[in-house]
Design a protein around this ligand. Structure first.
Ligand SMILES: Nc1ncnc2c1ncn2[C@@H]1O[C@H](COP(=O)(O)OP(=O)(O)O)[C@@H](O)[C@H]1O
Ligand SMILES: [Mg+2]
Length: 156
């Protein structure tokens, strides 16, 4: 359970030091769930000092932080999956770039499985994050995250 915005940010911060080149993370959940909030905290923790804006309109915001190249994508405005190819976004996959993709379902049949999928559900004022690993790397990342006590259910 992510009780408030700070808890969502803490999950992003906990993820940051566990990232490595080429990792892909999908962020799912409705508008206002906190996907961008999580990515912003992640980038801040990696040392990004500039403005971290939502890529809602630009579709992609690139970063270089913490020794990594990252691409924060938001596919909300895609009307069909083919726009993924038209936008040339394959360049962010399969290389060293860490891809953080909001609304990946908008490009569903064209997107390979990520390493990690984070689903954020809105429950009143709080949020519930469900984190699933979809690769061996994702398994290791999720185990490390849980060892840090992040992304797991708190007992209270
Ligand atoms: N537990 C929470 N986690 C994240 N954001 C929250 C939470 N509770 C309230 N909020 C608010 O919800 C909004 C989330 O916005 P944003 O991160 O842009 O969502 P998304 O990218 O999923 O559309 C922010 O205005 C934030 O203040
Ligand atoms: Mg967003």
């Amino acid at each position: 359970m992510l009780a408030d915005e700070a808890a969502t940010a803490a999950l992003g911060a906990a993820l940051a030091p566990l990232l490595g080149p080429g990792l892909s993370i999908h962020l799912c959940g409705p508008l206002g769930a906190g996907k961008t909030t999580l990515v912003r905290a992640l980038l801040r923790t990696l040392g990004e000092r500039g403005r971290v804006r939502s890529p809602t309109f630009t579709l992609v915001e690139p970063y270089r932080a913490g020794g990594l190249e990252l691409a924060h994508l938001d596919l909300y405005r895609f009307e069909n999956a083919a726009e993924w190819g038209e936008a040339g976004f394959d360049e962010y996959l399969g290389g060293d770039t860490v891809s953080l993709i909001e609304w990946p379902d908008r490009a569903a049949p064209l997107l390979p499985l990520p390493d990690l999928r984070i689903d954020i559900a809105v429950e009143g004022d709080s949020r519930r994050a469900t984190i699933a690993a979809c690769s061996a790397r994702g398994d290791a990342l999720l185990a490390a995250l849980q060892a840090r006590g992040a992304g797991t259910e708190s007992p209270s």
